[in-house]
Design a binder for this molecule. Sequence first.
Ligand SMILES: NC(=O)c1ccc[n+]([C@@H]2O[C@H](COP(=O)([O-])OP(=O)(O)OC[C@H]3O[C@@H](n4cnc5c(N)ncnc54)[C@H](O)[C@@H]3O)[C@@H](O)[C@H]2O)c1
Length: 344
Amino acid sequence: MTSWNGAIVGCGFFAHNHLHGWGELKERCAIRAVCDIDGGKAQAAADAFGIPNVYTNIEELLARETLDFVDIVTTAPSHRALVEACARRGVATVVQKPLAPDWADASALVATMDRAGRPLMVHENFRFQAPLSRAADVLRSGVIGEAVWGQFSFRTGYDIYAGQPYLAEVERFVLLDLAIHVLDIARVFMGEAETVACRSQSVRPGIKGEDMATVMLGHRGGATSIVDVTYASRQTPDPFPQTLLHVDGRQGSIRLDREFHLTVTTPEGTTREVVAPHASAWMSPQWVLIQDSVVATQRHWLDCLDGGAEPATSGRDNLKTFALVEASYRSAAAGGSLVTPEVF
Ligand SMILES: NC(=O)c1ccc[n+]([C@@H]2O[C@H](COP(=O)([O-])OP(=O)(O)OC[C@H]3O[C@@H](n4cnc5c(N)ncnc54)[C@H](O)[C@@H]3O)[C@@H](O)[C@H]2O)c1
């Protein structure tokens, strides 16, 4: 098995999960360098994780290091320039979601990496969450028949602003930050959507963007699904960061309820199981579902590098999810009218 050499760009709030995750996969890869425009954050990450080389500029990083991949964990406005720098050097790249702040940047950066002929994967980790991945396997097994209706729901009042204060300042907020994950899940279960209708609301005082959105998708072949997300649902206990789902098939149904309870009803009867994420020592009880999925996403990337396969969440694939976000914004701006996504 090859051992791949990587570097992390962006050493802020979420990067420690990536650093721990790559550490869990140390038999298969090594992080040789970290880079952040804030030199203090880069140095702190290097010290905490024993990483030899520290940079404050990606061009310098790419010029000096011999890398098999770069893992970009900065926020969206910087993604295009950073991915394009990697493309110019022919370095395979993983980039956090959302791909970019808007469709123009997202499609341009995917096209640039396509022209460079190197792999690009979006770190879209929800598909790799243990309970969602198990539920998708059940659907693919065919036991509930063809999916005809779905609901994919992420509602919380968890204080995400404490760790990510920039979210209060962005004009495109919950659709681009959170619905993008759940729309990706809707695609996994229901297939591509050809129509989108969305209403969005801004509930919490003092934020710039929308923090509540309800999207209705019309899928190819006639199925319908609802994606509803919010950071403004006050409830006890709060299910953060769980995505709950209900899928009706022609012969049965799949439900994922709180605390990872998966219920599958088929013509043969009903089965119930609890699909908990795998917890490692570095993970925190509140974040284990996400942290375990970070490792699973990274493992998928290394599998793809080993086998030369296109990642499930490649740049090209993720543009289809991004198109649903863009279509949702267009629909919401028009009061919820039906629109067609850019690609489907
Ligand atoms: N997949 C998930 O579950 C999940 C969860 C949280 C955050 N995220 C995503 O992770 C990304 C990072 O979020 P965060 O909360 O860690 O942000 P953050 O602002 O805390 O950290 C980003 C870091 O990138 C650095 N940076 C910015 N531009 C740079 C550049 N050009 N070169 C080098 N460094 C640069 C900043 O100095 C900062 O330290 C976002 O895209 C966010 O949406 C994903």
